[in-house]
Design a protein around this ligand. Structure first.
Ligand code: AQP
Length: 337
């Protein structure tokens, strides 16, 4: 018998407003956020605290926060089903980050590939926040007792660290945190740059042609795919060393649902030009309605504020239970309420 009283699992995930949301963010994470809204208790965050590990221009940052909020909503998030809050509006995140800093080892943080990558890219500003960022991310997830965390493959290492920190804490103090699992999609888990297909597509990539943005007009999307770096074989097939074509095939498969075998059959005897155009058109079909909703949403600042305000309040209430429990277990005296 189907048990209707089976408790829905909790899903949490977040995205940084560190630039315009990309096709990588969408296929790797946000598309799953939308798909999971009906079957789980979902809660999502705009992780603005994380963005200041890299120096931000204040006016640009404010605009990025609003734009990223509207972009995620435009992908299909319904805040009545899945509250979508702004991380810095909930002080429990900064609080848990400090606590978890004290339960995370220097050696663990030193092994994080994202820290190594970002410290190379921002050699003039290797700040402590860049180093301890994964403890804040662990706190983001653990505050909500999440079961599942839909993310792209690049976040796997951070999720594993989150689990290690939670298990260490629970071993000391009993069952305080639920141990979360990453939820990585089969297709689109690692979208690579169109100009450098050995590097992931990133919001903060300086080469704008490598990156498809959710806000790109259709003509720009097509142009970016037509210029995508490939190889000289001129045969559409998935094979080691064909990073550019492998990436285009993965994107095409993720947006059309076609298998690699089917794609190879469909493009047998055709050149890369035809294939690149087909990928561009398939991506346009997916992103164009999102861009139109995004443009509409941006005109209604009042609605955006209403959505994040009610989500902020929900997130604060829920996370306060966890932070209070963790602090009591450690030995803090809680303030009188
Ligand atoms: N290229 C990608 N392919 C698949 N998934 C991706 N994600 C990011 N890039 C890709 C997933 O998107 C979610 C949100 O990412 P984030 O904003 O928290 O940070 P990030 O991984 O550092 O993303 P960016 O775009 O590369 O930002 P910057 O340039 O600021 O560092 C995550 O679930 C991530 O896995």
């Amino acid at each position: 018998m189907e048990n209707e009283t089976v408790k829905k699992q909790v899903v949490f995930s977040a995205i940084q407003p560190s630039g315009t949301i990309t096709l990588g963010n969408y296929l790797g994470a946000i598309r799953n956020w939308v798909r999971m809204q009906d079957d789980y208790h979902c809660l999502y965050a705009l992780a603005d605290l994380h963005t200041i590990t890299v120096r931000q221009d204040p006016a640009v940052m404010r605009q990025n926060i609003l734009n990223a909020y509207a972009s995620v909503m435009a992908c299909g998030i319904d805040v009545d089903k899945a509250p979508f809050f702004i991380q810095s509006h909930n002080p429990n995140h900064s609080q848990i980050a400090w606590i978890l800093d004290c339960y995370t080892q220097f050696g663990e943080l030193s092994r994080m590939t994202q820290f190594k990558d970002k410290s190379l890219r921002h050699a003039d500003n290797i700040n402590a926040g860049l180093f301890t960022y994964p403890a804040l991310m662990a706190g983001d997830i653990l505050l909500y007792q999440a079961d599942k965390v839909p993310v792209g493959a690049d976040q796997k290492q951070h999720i594993e660290l989150t689990r290690d920190i939670a298990m260490r804490f629970n071993q000391l103090y009993g069952n305080v945190f639920r141990i979360p699992e990453g939820f990585i999609p089969k297709d689109g888990a690692r979208v690579m740059s169109l100009q450098n297909p050995t590097a992931k597509m990133s919001k903060s990539d300086e080469n704008i042609n490598g990156c498809v943005l959710l806000t790109d007009p259709d003509t720009v999307i097509l142009k970016k795919f037509r210029r995508a770096v490939t190889d000289s074989e001129m045969k559409v097939r998935y094979a080691p060393g064909k990073d550019g074509i492998n990436n285009l095939m993965s994107i095409y498969s993720a947006v059309t649902g076609l298998s690699f075998e089917q794609i190879e059959r469909d493009f047998d005897g055709k050149g890369y030009g035809d294939f690149k155009t087909a990928v561009g058109e398939a991506v346009i079909a997916e992103l164009s309605p999102i861009r139109k909703r995004y443009e509409e949403l941006l005109k209604d600042r009042g609605y955006i504020e209403e959505c994040y305000s009610k989500s902020d309040a929900f997130a604060y209430r829920l996370s306060s239970r966890t932070i209070d429990k963790a602090m009591k277990k450690i030995g803090f005296i809680l303030p009188k309420k």
